[in-house]
Design a protein around this ligand. Structure first.
Ligand SMILES: Cc1cc2nc3c(=O)[nH]c(=O)nc-3n(C[C@H](O)[C@H](O)[C@H](O)COP(=O)(O)O)c2cc1C
Length: 363
């Protein structure tokens, strides 16, 4: 029988032991241009920094003699058991630049750790190939743009490939991402178009998404598509009670609190600052995903305590993919889960259900 170490924080046989180390390795491994693509925010990157600062400003209450031994990190979300309350966020195009296997690799990492991923519409691998690579039910992110019938056809395609929910995104106009403008960065054929072309979906939809060649939808079009969608629709980018009510009024099955990791427009609300208000407006039963700024297990605990059911991981998983492909993505998830576990224990929580506002000092 092999003896197991009680404390495996210093597991020297592992290539990476912290996510800080993984991020540093990622930066060494990719070109400065790809690094800027992954890291960039918009404008002065005020929102990007604020997404992290709001977590820095939280103060936990750590009760003495709470009697916790081995907290249970698992949860259930949209009918699936997750080993910890996380999903992999969609990062379209970028995933391929970080590692050629892109979302094929992150999907397998998610499966191995026992979570799910959200597959982006603009990707280097088709949604069918990504679904087949991991064999687990995924979610599919689609931009609501262009011809509503084409969007519905694509949702039907995602359903046929085994996706169970759709994450609807809205992108009003091209973003001002200075780092990549300076780098003259642009996508090449193969980076984002795997879902389009003969036998797949109409490339016009991708062009409309990336080139902003047609007027964007209003709530009337969004509600019509949500109403006809063969899959439940979760609306991403909800940051205010008004958009909670509009989304639910349009028939959304869930909400996704996000400012896209500070990549849409600068000086938006840090996503975490919006979370409690969104949960209050939505009520206790609406599924809520949170992202933007999650880097640590303690961040996951904070987001759940403020009302999220699960978090989504963007750059955090991107660092793993860039540092060591599929193994790197898997390692990021393992480390996050371990950090989340230790956070639960220190907060006096024996399970995810125990997380609430009481974990913060003075609440
Ligand atoms: C390189 C990159 C590409 C992204 N592409 C998409 C995308 O195609 N669709 C989408 O909905 N969000 C996209 N996002 C946003 C992520 O889904 C997520 O909201 C964001 O990364 C969360 O912030 P975080 O990186 O601080 O965790 C992208 C993010 C990054 C970093």
């Amino acid at each position: 029988m092999t003896s197991r170490r009680l404390d495996d924080r210093y597991a020297v046989t592992d290539k990476f032991v912290t996510n800080t180390g993984i991020r540093a390795a990622a930066q060494r491994r990719v070109s400065p241009v790809v690094w800027n693509y992954l890291e960039c925010g918009t404008g002065d990157e005020v929102t990007l920094r604020a997404n992290g600062r709001v977590f820095d400003d939280l103060v936990f209450d750590t009760p003495l003699f709470a009697g916790i031994s081995n907290p249970d990190t698992s949860t259930r979300f949209l009918g699936h058991d997750l080993s910890f309350p996380a999903l992999i966020a969609p990062f379209g195009g970028g995933e391929h630049l970080l590692d050629g296997a892109g979302h094929l690799a992150t999907g397998r990492a998610a499966r191995d750790i026992g979570i799910r991923q959200i597959v982006p519409v603009a990707a280097a691998h088709s949604l069918e190939d990504i679904a087949a690579a991991s064999g687990v039910a995924q979610m599919f992110q689609i931009t609501f743009v262009g011809d509503p019938g084409a969007v519905l056809d694509m949702i039907a395609r995602a359903k046929a490939a085994g996706c169970e929910q759709v994450v609807a995104t809205y992108s009003p106009i091209l973003q001002w991402r200075e780092r990549i403008i300076e780098d003259r960065f642009s996508f090449r054929s193969g980076d984002v178009d795997a879902n389009f072309g003969p036998g797949k979906s109409d490339p016009a939809m991708l062009r409309e998404q990336l080139e902003f060649s047609r007027p964007r939808w209003g709530w009337a079009e969004a509600a019509e598509v949500i109403g006809k969608s063969p899959l439940p629709v979760i609306v991403k980018g909800v940051l205010t009670p008004e958009d909670v009510h509009r989304s639910l009024g349009a028939g959304a099955a869930g909400l996704y609190v996000s400012n896209y990791g500070g990549r849409s427009i600068d000086r938006m609300t840090p996503a975490l600052s919006a979370l409690a208000e969104v949960r209050a407006a939505a009520g206790p039963d609406v599924p809520v995903i949170f992202d933007s700024g999650i880097r640590r297990g303690s961040d996951i605990a904070a987001a759940l305590a403020l009302g999220a059911d699960v978090v989504a991981l963007g750059r955090a998983v991107g660092y793993g993919l860039a540092a060591d492909g599929e193994a790197g993505a898997r390692r990021v998830l393992e480390i996050l889960r371990r950090e989340f576990w230790t956070t639960l224990g220190h907060l006096g929580c024996s399970s995810v259900a125990d997380l609430g506002p009481q974990v913060f000092l003075g609440r």
